[in-house]
Ligand binder design. Sequence first.
Ligand SMILES: NC(=O)c1ccc[n+]([C@@H]2O[C@H](COP(=O)([O-])OP(=O)(O)OC[C@H]3O[C@@H](n4cnc5c(N)ncnc54)[C@H](OP(=O)(O)O)[C@@H]3O)[C@@H](O)[C@H]2O)c1
Length: 290
Amino acid sequence: MRPVLLDSRSLAAQLKDKLKKRIEELHKKKGITPELAVIRVGDNLASKSYVASKCRQCQEIGIRSTEHYLSSTASADTLLESIQQLNLTNTVHGILLQLPLPQHLDTFKLIQSIDPIKDVDGLHPHNLGALSLGQPTIIPCTPKGCLTLLKNHRENIKGLHVVIVGRSILVGRPLAMLLLKEDCSVTVVHSKSQNIREITKTADILIAAVGQPRFIQKDWVKPGVIVLDVGINHILGQNGEVEIVGDVDFENVSQIVSAITPVPGGIGPMTVVSLLENTVEAAIKQTSVE
Ligand SMILES: NC(=O)c1ccc[n+]([C@@H]2O[C@H](COP(=O)([O-])OP(=O)(O)OC[C@H]3O[C@@H](n4cnc5c(N)ncnc54)[C@H](OP(=O)(O)O)[C@@H]3O)[C@@H](O)[C@H]2O)c1
């Protein structure tokens, strides 16, 4: 049986289309244009390209976006000042601090300085705390994108066993909270876990967020499992060119699964759509309209 390829590009386009109409409506009725401020620190090439793509996609659907660039030697105080200024700017509804930051900066201290209502990445302790309590909140973009894609494929996921490989603040942990809220049974494994292969084999849904190319092998998964591959790894391909691969050995694993995301074209587009949705929702909340 051929697996369903969970290519998210058409779903992402549909969701963006819906958002665009919602933004037009918001503008027409209330004169509001959602605005996202993205802060980029340093010259990480991947970050530069992610930020450019996020800003371009904002513009495509009518979200105003601004990029605030600081050099890699910028001090924590300078960054705190920029965040504070954006917190106080009424026309800015969402603030995104592009990660990773240069090593001398304390990521969590800086995230905590973002006004939680403008924290469209959902990483402020206030928002992560609400998520852990199962309360409505701003949901981190990649976990939210995973859930949207998953439920678009299979609406009822109640009671299924989800194994998440990776426990980062950005992906693994909030995803576990989100899926618990969906009544899944959730197991999280990480670099110190023992017998990972035996655990991943018990998954009905396996989600890999490890950051290691082709980490999940065919004999680690149960036939018929649904696989979401969050990983984005740049490797040197056989022809000497840089290739992007996921955390799952797609070629072999896809032979026995019921559904699997490709890399690229799986979780990536859903992450950006979630950011756009979070920005529009933040704008609506801050202006209490619609
Ligand atoms: N598609 C998207 O939109 C998107 C968004 C975000 C991230 N990503 C990608 O997703 C991947 C993960 O990102 P991240 O931010 O979560 O990475 P991260 O912060 O580096 O976390 C990686 C997690 O994997 C675990 N891990 C590492 N080696 C392992 C091993 N040998 N066995 C089991 N677990 C292991 C780590 O365990 P410990 O906690 O024990 O160290 C950690 O919890 C990366 O490739 C990243 O580029 C993609």
